[in-house]
Structures are given as structure tokens and as C-alpha cells.
Design a protein around this ligand. Structure first.
Ligand code: SF4
Length: 417
């Protein structure tokens, strides 16, 4: 198995350097720097990588059409670990993107064995959180979306078991429903382009979800009618299963091209221009004409206990519906980057970069960069002690949860179970 990550693991082990070097994820700084007012998740380097994010930046800066889509598996109560993706989606919607949210109930049922009723119950809570944060757009449950199911079937034609074995490490014991849920996720990512026409689509995800992105980009390409190849002196447009009228339209668009059975050769052309023109012809003639989906990858916040943040380790995070005294216990009991004694901390300072409390502030609880910098400097300089810092952080968490609760109540009517 060559995959370094398993999206279904409750404790994903992610080798970021290997993802960059072997799987072609690019650092996102250059793209993010083109934004006039980058959000905190870019400024603070929480989102670390991307695939093909440039078309999204262009759409944001020129005001052209783009989509933002992601999915949530409704396998439990929403918690702190879900907040980053939610905020990324909402930010892209605020920048003009059409928002799409899939509640992946078929996946939760197939992979985690959740009942359909539980899927509906948890799904409604995720949607409530998203609307409370400002999400606008299309939200659906996989099991209720007939267009999605048809698209998943079409996508499944292009997926074979060797792909699933190579990408996810599927074995002979893996159920067919699990394999089907993979095709459904591919369909989720391509769905916005099917219902509203081809457009750049960004999928903000945790870095452990990259296998889905890689597979979807591959399948999007395979579902296209044409392949465009650079043959040196000419560009070859090869038909995989294009109807005759589409091939005729391509030939018409490139005067001077030579037509053969199943392919068309265009002398002296630029492959990027030809590819884009052929894609548009495909879309205009009834084909999918998919634009390869883009993605951004955020790093994971350390759990409050210092290890991985996971709902299977309840002390590593807090749930949005958790009682405040319990949240307090978790925050005040968190591991820190502090020293063994007060004297040592005053003398040497703390270590904020590996401190879950500092990361909680950096990821979510302190919006103002100057305030965050003050916390960091005071920690490093030894003037801030961990007890004081945790108390202040808990007050921020309490305020956030109270405000979030109110917002959720005000949007509850938008969600039906
Ligand atoms: Fe972490 Fe705050 Fe302690 Fe610094 S002072 S190590 S940021 S808890």
C-alpha cells in the first residue's frame, strides 16, 4: 500500500513532508499572498497546502464564478475539530463562492455503522453549526440526493478495486458499501459542476482527506470525453467516447487540424489553450467538461492532552454542546508548553508553539493578531504563567460557546432532521 494516510482512521497519522514531496501538494503561501486581506487561517499558516488553488484566487479577485464544497460525516456530535473546515467554507462563501455541503450519511452508515436516524440527528447539528457561522448555499444528505447517486454510479464506472487498494489500502474484507461510499464522495466533489455547470471548485479539507481529492481529480479526468496530449509538433485531441457531433465541433474550432478516426491533430498549438477550449466545447455539447477540483489542506490542531485531537479521546477536545463546567475542566486540565516550576517559567519562559492552549487561541479563540502576538511574547518572556493563561483562554472559550449557542438557536429553523 503506497498511501500514507487513511481518511477513515480516527487517529490519522499524516506525514506532511511526504505529502508535499510525493503527492504533489504545494505550499499555499504564494497563492494566499495574492489576497488583499488574507484570513487568519492563511496568515497564521494553519492552512498549509493546496492543489490548483490559483483558479480560486483568480475567481475571488476578479469576481468570477466558483464553488466551495466539503462534506461532514455525521458520526457524532460536532466539536472543536470541525471548526476550521467550517470557517474555511464560510469564508469562501463570503468571498463570492457558491457553497455546497454534503452530509455524508451513506458513508457514516457504511463505514461507521450508524443508523439512518442517528445520521439525520447528527447531520442536522452540523448544518446548524454551519448556518450559525454564516454558511449560505446548498446542503444535502447523500442518501436523499438522486442526482448525486446517479453521478456516483457514473463515477464508479471509472473506479476499480486496484485504485481503492492502492489509495486506501482496501482489502478483500472491505465491504462493497464502503467502496460505494468512495464513489459517492467523488460525486460530492463533482456535484456542484453538474448542477450549475463547470466552474473552479475548492474543497477545504484536513490533510488526511487528500486521498479523496487525488482520486476525484483522476476520475474527473476519466469522465471527460477528450484527452489532450502534447506530441511535440502538434497537439493531439483524443476522443475516449465523444459523440460525433462533439468531435465535429472540436474540428470546427481548430481550422487546419487533421482529423483521424478517434483523434484530431492540431499543428503549432498551445496545449493549455487547446485543453481549455476542448473542455468548453465538451461542456457545451452535453459532456461533463469538468474543471479539475482544487483543494486546500489545513494542519491539525493538537488535542488538549497534547496528543491527537479526536472524538474517541474526549479529553482532547470539547463538543459544542458540552456543559460549561466540563469544558472548563478540560481547558484548565490541558497540557501546556509551560515549565516545571513557576521560577523556571519566569526565568526561561514557556514554549507556546507546542502548547495546546496557545494553539487553541491561534486556531480559533483570538481573532486579533496583535493580541495573539502579545500572548506569545508574554509566554516566551516568562511574564505570563500557564494558570493565568488557561483561565483567560477558558473565558474566551466560554464567550465563544455562549455566542455560538445563541446563533445556533437563531438558525435552528433552517435545519430539518
Ligand atoms: Fe501555553 Fe499560555 Fe503556558 Fe505559554 S503561558 S505555555 S501559551 S499555557
Amino acid at each position: 500500500m503506497d498511501s500514507v494516510i487513511n481518511p477513515w482512521s480516527s487517529t490519522p497519522a499524516v506525514d506532511i513532508d511526504r505529502l508535499f514531496s510525493e503527492f504533489g501538494i504545494e505550499p499555499v503561501e504564494a497563492e494566499a499572498s495574492a489576497l488583499s486581506s488574507p484570513p487568519a487561517f492563511f496568515r497564521r499558516k494553519i492552512v498549509v497546502g493546496h492543489r490548483d488553488y490559483a483558479p480560486i484566487i483568480e475567481a475571488i479577485t476578479t469576481g468570477s464564478r466558483f464553488n466551495v464544497m466539503t462534506g461532514f460525516m455525521p458520526s457524532g456530535y460536532p466539536h472543536l475539530g470541525h471548526l476550521m473546515v467550517m470557517r474555511e467554507v464560510v469564508w469562501h462563501v463570503e468571498q463570492g463562492g457558491s457553497g455546497f455541503i454534503s452530509i455524508a450519511d451513506r458513508e457514516a452508515h457504511a463505514v461507521r455503522g450508524l443508523s439512518w436516524d442517528d445520521c439525520k440527528k447528527y447531520g442536522a447539528l452540523y448544518l446548524e453549526c454551519l448556518y450559525a457561522l454564516g454558511f449560505e448555499g446548498t446542503a444535502y444528505y447523500q442518501s436523499e440526493n438522486e442526482v448525486l447517486k446517479d453521478l456516483a454510479f457514473e463515477a464508479a464506472i471509472k473506479i476499480n478495486f486496484s485504485d481503492l487498494q492502492a489509495i486506501y489500502g482496501f482489502t478483500q474484507e472491505t465491504s462493497l458499501a464502503h467502496a460505494d461510499s468512495v464513489a459517492t464522495q467523488v460525486a460530492d466533489i463533482l456535484y456542484p459542476q453538474v448542477v450549475s455547470g463547470p466552474a473552479p471548485t475548492v474543497v477545504p479539507v484536513g490533510i488526511d482527506q487528500d486521498p479523496h481529492i487525488r482520486l476525484t481529480r483522476d476520475i474527473a479526468h476519466k469522465m471527460r470525453w477528450f484527452t489532450v496530449l502534447d506530441q511535440g509538433e502538434y497537439i493531439s485531441v483524443r476522443s475516449k467516447n465523444a459523440p460525433l457531433h462533439a468531435m465535429d465541433a472540436v474540428e470546427e474550432a481548430f481550422p487546419g487540424s487533421k482529423r483521424y478516426e478517434g483523434h484530431l491533430d492540431i499543428p503549432g498549438a498551445d496545449i493549455f489553450l487547446v485543453s481549455e477550449q476542448v473542455r468548453q466545447i465538451e461542456a457545451a455539447n452535453g459532456g461533463y467538461g469538468f474543471i479539475s477540483p482544487s483543494s486546500t489542506y489545513h494542519s491539525f490542531m493538537k488535542g488538549l492532552q497534547g496528543g491527537k485531537m479526536s472524538s474517541s479521546i474526549p479529553d482532547s477536545l470539547f463538543f459544542f454542546d458540552e456543559a460549561i463546567p466540563d469544558v472548563k475542566k478540560k481547558v484548565m486540565g490541558s497540557l501546556t508548553g509551560g515549565r516545571m516550576t513557576k521560577e523556571e517559567q519566569v526565568k526561561c519562559g514557556g514554549e507556546p508553539d507546542g502548547c495546546p492552549i496557545y494553539l487553541l487561541n491561534l486556531f480559533h479563540m483570538v481573532a486579533d493578531d496583535d493580541e495573539l502576538l502579545e500572548i506569545r511574547s508574554a509566554c516566551l518572556g516568562g511574564s505570563l504563567l500557564c494558570g493565568t493563561c488557561k483561565k483567560a483562554t477558558f473565558e474566551r472559550v466560554k464567550e465563544f460557546l455562549a455566542d455560538f449557542k445563541e446563533r445556533r438557536e437563531s438558525v435552528r429553523h433552517m435545519v430539518t432532521e
